[in-house]
Design a protein around this ligand. Sequence first.
Ligand SMILES: [Zn+2]
Length: 275
Amino acid sequence: VTTSPDLGNIAKVIGGDKISVISLYKGNQDPHVIEPRPSMVIAVKNADLLIVIGMDLDMWVNSLIEASKNSKVLKGASGYLDASAEINKLEVPSGKVDMSMGDVHIYGNPHYQTDPCNGKVMASEIYKKLCELMPESKDYFTKNYNDYIQKLDSAIQKWDEMMKPYQGLKIVVYHDSWVYFIEHFGLIQTGTIEPKPSIPPSASYIVSLVEKMKNEKIKIIIIEPYQDIEAAKKIAAMTGAKIVVFPQSVGGLPGEDSYINMFEINIQNFINALK
Ligand SMILES: [Zn+2]
């Protein structure tokens, strides 16, 4: 069982027919606020391995672990994998953590899967864990893992080439989900529609954001499928910026049926919006 569908997709590619995978949310849902359901408790109860994004993004899974009474997937047990362990984390607060920062992202920015290179880190963590739990299938996992890294590497090379002309482009995003994407592709985040992660904007905040966007000549606003598109549309109308719907997880748009296809479509939509 994985929380995120990205982890689910990568696990399935590496695990192949040796494993079955259930992901607890879909790409068109806000990962911060998933409502636990009885079917999820049953999935966790039957799991041999639970893979989470970590950094508190999917902290709602803790109540599922507790309700499932499955000791195999308790934090610290061999059937629990926090995929963020080896990630180079961004926006980790250096001082004291408090609620004035908003109630999410208090341990750093948890949306690391938006950098496709972090997909390789996620794959490596999953590969190691599958080999540990099912050593008899190690050769099979190794082949699938190597094939996947090769495929992802050549896709990244292509995306880097496609995004090269946009290096230094200033963008505005709805939620602070894209710092890893932005860093990878050399973009600049000029502002967020939410003043703090998961805090809706006030009228006066929007006025100052619009002013800033006009001054900086922002051409593009990135929004995820479950965010307030009407708010984004108003800001777009006042500034002339275009809105691109950018899922951060597999399944957020039609055709985004894998981690690789998600970037493929997101990047194409990004470039089309700027043409
Ligand atoms: Zn967030």
